[in-house]
Structures are given as C-alpha cells and as structure tokens.
Ligand binder design. Structure first.
Ligand code: NAD
Length: 719
C-alpha cells in the first residue's frame, strides 16, 4: 500500500506498477470534492517518493469513473474572495500537473462517466482507455462556468481546438466510440477487458513502444495551430457560439476566448488564463442562477424519491379526455412504461389522440431514439376507449376533460363509482380549486390535482395539488407517478390557479394595464423576450395559450382574488376575445399568423389588432425597457412572494423550479427568488414602491418588506 485516503487509495499491483483507485467511502459515485482533491494531492506526493515506480494506472472501483466535481460545494466556493478562489484553483491545478509530471507513464482506465473534473483528471494522464459504456465530457458551461482544472488547456491539445470548443461550449458528453474518433481516448474495450487492456497498454508505454513523452509534451506546449488556422478557427467558433448561446449565457463564449488567448502559451501560462476567466464566470449571477437550478432540481428529485417510499404502486393509468392534454398525458405515461387507457366521449378525439402519439413516436424513431419494436409496444399500451368499463382496473385516473367546473364535477363523481376504492383520481384542471372539485366526492382523500403543462411531452413540470382532504399517501403516489413519467413534480397547496397560473395571471394583468396606458404590445414582447429573457413575450404567449383560454382563466383568477385581480373595465384580452381573435389556434390574436413562402409559420403585428386595442388604450406612449420590465414583473414577483408566505408553495427553491420548468422563466435568472436575492430585497422594495400607485398587484407584502429591512435573502447562505 502506498497511500490510503477516505476516497482513494494507491497500491502496487505488479512490479513497479501502481494503481490509484477512486473509491468514495460514502455514496455510490466518485466525485472530485474538496476532500478527494486533498487525498489526490497526498497520493501523488506519495507516488513522487517511489523510486521503484515504473507506471501508474488510474481507475475507479465504482460503476462510474468520476461523475464530476461536487456541485453542492460550488456556491460556497464561488462566494470566496477572489484571492482564495484563485488559490483553490491553483492548488487543484498543481495536483493535476503533478499527476501529469510523474516521471513514469500513466494511464486512465475509464468506466462509465468521466465528467467535468473527472474528465480533467483523465486528461492529466498520458494515455486513456475506455470501456464501451464510458461517457466523457465537460458539462461546466451548462452551469454558467467553464472547466477550471485544466480542461480548456489540455482538451484542445489532445483533440484539437475545434473539437475541444465543440465539447466545452455544448457541455455534451460523448459515448466511448465517439471519444475514440475524436482522439480523446486511445482505445475502447469491453468492460470485462478494461483493466487487462489498460495494463497491457501501460506496459507498452513502459517499454517505450508507445511514445508517451511526446504526447505529454503536446499537452504542455502551445497549441499546434498556425496563425491562419487559429484565426479561422477561433473567429468561426466565436460567431457560432455567440449566436447560439445569446447574450445572457456568457460561459460558452468565454471558454472559446480562453482557449484562443491561451493558444500560444505553455501549460503554466495557459492555466493562469483559464483560472482568471473561470473566476470571472464563477462570480457571475448567471453561474449562481444555473448552479442554483441544478441544486434545486436535485432537491426535487430527492423529495420525489422519498415520496416513492410511501406511494401506492401505479401500474395501470387511465386518462379521461383525449384532447390536447389527455392525449399528451396518455402518451407520456405509456412511453415511460405505464400503460394508459385513454377514454373520451368522442371517437374523433380518440383518433386524434392516437395520431398525436404516433407522430411523436415517429419523430423518435427517425432520430434513432427508439426502434420499431419499442414504438409498437408503446402504442399498444395506449388503449383508446369510449366506455367506462375500460378504466375499472386503473390505479390512477387523470381527468383532463373541458375546463368547466360542472362538467368536471359530474365526470369525477361518475369516475369514482367506476373504479376501486384504492384508485387515485387526479384532475388536470388549470384553475379550479381542488377542494371545490372534491366537494361531492365520496373519497376526497384519494383525490388531488395533477397539473401538466402544454405540450405535455416537452414541459418538465407537474404541479401536484393538495386539496383540503387529500391524504399524504395520495400526494406521495401522484408525485411518484409524475417522476416515473420523467416529469418534475412540485407539490403545492390549493387555491385558484394553484401556484403557476396564480402568478402568471398577475403578469398578464400587468401587461393589459400597460397596453391600457399606451404601450405597444410588439415592443413589450420584444423587451420581455430579448432583454428579460422569456421564451415568448406576453402577447405571443397569450396567443399560444389561446385568448379564449386566457380570458376564461383570467375571469376565474379575478373571482378568486378580487382585491388584486378583479377588474372594472374592459381590457386587451376582453377585446381580443370578443373579436374572436383566439390566437394561434384560429390564426388571429394579438398577431396575425400566416405561412411564409416556404410554408413556415410566421407571425406579424396586425393593424386590425392595433385598431381593436385603441378601444382600451389611451394615447400611445413610449416606455423604457426598465419601465416595461418593472411593470410586467412586479405583479408576478409579488404574487410569488405571497404564495410562499401563504404556504401555497413550500420553499423558494420549489417556487423557482416551478417557474423555470412550468413557464420557462429565464434559467440564467434562476427564478423569482434568485432574481430577488441577486437584485437585493431592499432594492426591489424601492423599485416596487415607485409603481405602487398602479394598484394592489404592485404592493409589496409586509413579509418581504420586513425581510428587506433585516437585510435577509430568500436562499440564505448556500454551499
Ligand atoms: N391546453 C392547455 O394548455 C392546458 C394546460 C394545462 C391544463 N389544461 C387543462 O386540461 C384540461 C383539458 O384541456 P384540453 O386543452 O386538453 O382540452 P380539449 O378541449 O383539447 O380536450 C378535452 C377533451 O375532453 C373530452 N371530453 C369532454 N367531456 C368528456 C367526458 N365526460 N368524458 C371523457 N371525455 C370528455 C372532449 O371530447 C375532448 O376531447 C382542462 O381542464 C384544461 O384546463 C389545459
């Protein structure tokens, strides 16, 4: 034994050959957390004192090599003063340099994932051999940062600048066979042969049959690119990357610029540039937001896992209503292995539902994600039906019929009589309170809300709504079912609109008020998309959701919260609705929808809608982008805060995830609470107070005011 640490050990396995094995004591995966780095440092120091050492094999005793750094440590690290952050990077780089500089050849035997720091670790050895299940990549830019342990230095010197820029800017991970083509690994073998093959390659290097010194040298020298090649390559990458990532996500372009600036440098100087640029990103609000989303997501996964322990098994589902939502829910359930009966009262709707499912599966077939057999299996596990008997054996029934409280109440009551006493019944209503729908049910404890978003197969969020009488077991079972469907469930308490629609409508009301005060909807859309970062501005979103749907839901919300959302005059949504401009679905809404010469759908500002809006608007008026953002966002932010204070949503993290996953709240802003924390609560209160005269939607809660006065944040200290 040469070294034994908490998470790794080094021992001689043959004459002069040592093996460094990552084997985390806690948990099922290896991570490059702070303590593992300390051990690695000690292990390499121990190896430096082994005069008889001839070669080093680096391996993992877990199912994966190293899954990456420990992201739970990130926010704490990033908050360190710059000098400390810089010292930490320097220390880590010294460790990887020491591994690279050992006087003997080294090889990594890569099983499973080698991501982030794990990938940077294997790049420090001279040779790399992967098993056929390995996946290698540098996902850091997806978290708003970039590789900081030499990834931007070594990868381009191993696989070429163009390839490295592709790897780093997309953050994708690559299968073993692809890695071999890129030259990121030297060989790929079956899992069973990995160790033996790695040892044999190492012996070849020890015998100097493989020129490991020159490979090592290439990683320590400037990039092998002449000036013209370099100019072409970096300019092209910069153009492509900034067009793709857009102005709100600086990490990918910073990574390209880092590789470019370090192209003529040796390893030490290149690492300095990397560290400097890494710190710039680590200190950014974008990194905080994206890391925050990752951590919140992990938290939600842990909650769903916990719920799974208390859940009833769900092996057969039924969906009532084969419309846009019901069809999507049945498809999603079936595609994740839970067969679903799809019941409607209308044969044409059933056919449409099956056609939709077939279309989605065909797309996956074309992309090679599934084969014909799998497609057949999924399709045959959706059972379209016109009669109630077909749902008798379901463990859960998800109701997705029209959004009408009377129809829903009648349907739900009927359903209860057709299924067993254990069957869970859930409603996909978007706005109607669950406790109201539960009023006439015989088993309200078995009933809750299960609110999917459109399109179901794409939107990750499911709101699980707890009615007054819903049992914990019902909630846990629906959470587990949603997670099994590949969705992210967030449990919320009951109220009109639940969480997501309750906070969306104040935003729409902010919008209609802005139009009333003379703003131009096209300008508002542009600012909310380009500057704030929403995927769609409010006018376009209303057109996509459907003005009729928005109009109806708006009325429900106004009735539910009359003191804030009630209205006394006609607004822009009313006039669009009355003119039967229902949005994208009938080609006319705020915009007019047509097709361009190539048959692609396009939208144009329509003079007719300006004409209509003149009914509700005073003279047109210019607003700055700050004013537009404030007037649009303050009502939403205040309502989100109210939902937390009223216990509709349990935590800032769950609220932010519901906003990002359910509404497409700009991920680089991390959600409303992250946005508030970054802005500073006192600054926000001062801003909102400037708009207080616009009415109660703009009034900050006492709770938020008190928190601001106390200098608190919503997330507190993390990491
Ligand atoms: N469309 C969305 O964006 C969206 C998003 C989230 C939630 N929702 C909610 O989902 C529900 C369904 O919405 P949708 O957009 O799919 O509506 P839809 O009009 O497309 O589909 C409703 C379907 O229900 C069927 N139906 C009506 N009465 C029935 C009954 N008694 N038994 C069985 N089927 C019956 C209709 O034939 C129709 O096929 C609504 O509560 C809606 O608020 C919709």
């Amino acid at each position: 034994m040469i070294y034994q640490g908490e998470n790794l050990s080094v021992r001689y396995i043959a004459d002069g050959i040592a093996e460094l094995t990552f084997d985390a004591k806690q948990g099922s995966v290896n991570k490059l957390d702070k303590s593992t780095l300390v051990s690695l440092d000690e292990a390499i120091s121990a190896l430096q004192n082994q005069p008889q050492l001839k070669g080093l094999l680096v391996s993992s005793a877990k199912d994966a090599f190293i899954v990456g750094a420990d992201i739970t440590e990130f926010l704490g690290l990033f908050a360190l003063p710059e000098e400390q952050l810089s010292a930490w990077l320097n220390k880590a780089n010294n460790i990887f340099n020491a591994l690279e500089d050992l006087p003997v050849p080294s090889i990594s035997a890569i099983n499973g994932y080698a991501l982030g720091g794990g990938c940077e670790c294997i790049l420090a050895t001279d040779l790399r051999i992967a098993d056929s299940n390995a996946r290698i990549g540098l996902p850091e830019t997806q978290l708003g940062i970039m590789p900081g342990f030499g990834g931007t230095v070594r990868l381009p010197r191993v696989i070429g600048a163009d390839n490295a820029m592709e790897w780093i800017t997309t953050g994708k991970n690559y299968k073993a066979a692809e890695c071999l083509k890129f030259g990121a690994v030297d060989a790929v073998v079956d899992s069973a042969q990995l160790r033996e093959a790695a040892l044999s390659m190492l012996n070849d290097a020890i015998a100097n049959n493989i020129d490991w010194q020159s490979r090592r040298h290439a990683k320590q020298a400037p990039l092998a690119l002449n000036k013209i090649e370099a100019t072409m390559s970096f300019n092209c990458a910069k153009g492509m990357v900034s067009a793709k990532a857009g102005p709100h996500y600086p990490a990918p372009i910073t990574a390209v610029k880092t590789i470019e600036s370090a192209a003529r440098c040796n390893r030490e100087d290149a690492l300095k540039i990397e560290a400097q640029n890494f710190i710039g990103l680590a200190k950014s609000e974008v990194a905080q937001a994206l890391v925050g989303i990752f951590l919140n997501d992990q938290q939600l996964k842990a909650l769903a896992k916990k719920a799974g322990k208390n859940a009833q098994p769900i092996n057969q589902a039924a969906v009532l209503g084969a419309g846009i939502m019901g069809g999507g829910i049945a498809y999603q359930s079936a595609s994740r292995g839970i067969p679903a009966v799809m019941k409607d009262i209308n044969q044409a709707a059933l056919e449409l539902g099956m056609d939709e499912a077939t279309k989605l599966l065909n797309k996956q077939l074309e992309r090679g994600r599934i084969d014909g057999l799998k497609m057949g299996k999924i399709l045959s596990s959706i059972n379209p039906s016109l009669n109630y008997e077909s749902i008798a054996n379901s463990d859960i029934v998800v109701e997705a019929v029209v959004e009408n409280p009377k129809v829903k109440a009648a349907v739900l009551k009927e359903v209860e009589q057709k299924v067993s006493a254990d069957t869970i019944v859930a409603s996909n209503t978007s706005t109607i309170p669950i406790s109201l729908l539960a009023k006439d049910l015989a088993r309200p404890e078995k009933f809750c809300g299960m609110h999917f978003f459109n399109p179901v197969h794409r939107m990750p969020l499911v709101e699980v709504i707890r009615g007054e009488k819903t049992s914990q077991e019902t909630i846990d079972s629906v959470v587990a079912y949603a997670a099994k469907m590949g969705k992210t469930p967030v449990v919320v308490n009951d109220c009109p609109g639940f969480f997501v629609n309750r906070v969306l409508f104040p935003y729409f009301f902010g919008f209609t008020r802005l139009l009333q005060d003379g703003a131009d909807f096209v300008q508002v859309d542009k600012i909310m998309e380009k500057q704030f970062g929403w995927p769609m501005g409010p006018a376009y979103l209303l057109d996509v959701v459907g003005i009729d749907t928005g109009h109806h839901a708006g009325e429900v919300m106004a009735k539910g919260f009359p003191e804030r959302m009630g209205k006394t005059t006609e607004d822009a949504i009313d006039v669009m609705y009355q003119a039967q401009r229902f949005g994208q679905k009938n080609g006319l809404g705020f915009y007019a929808y047509t097709k361009d010469s190539r048959g692609k759908p396009k939208k144009d500002a329509d003079p007719a809608s300006y004409q209509l809006l003149s009914k509700v608007a005073s003279q047109s008026q210019d607003y700055s982008s700050e004013q537009i953002i404030a007037r649009m966002m303050i009502p939403m932010i205040n309502e989100v805060v109210r939902c937390l204070e009223e216990g509709i949503i349990q935590s800032p993290g769950e609220a932010d995830m519901a906003l990002v996953y359910g509404l497409g709240f700009p991920p680089f802003r991390g959600g409303v609470f992250r946005y508030l924390d970054n802005m500073g609560l006192d600054k926000y209160v001062a801003l909102a107070d400037q708009y207080a005269e616009l009415g109660p939607l703009y009034h900050v809660t006492d709770g938020l005011r008190a928190k601001a006065a106390a200098g608190e944040t919503y997330y507190g200290k993390q990491g």
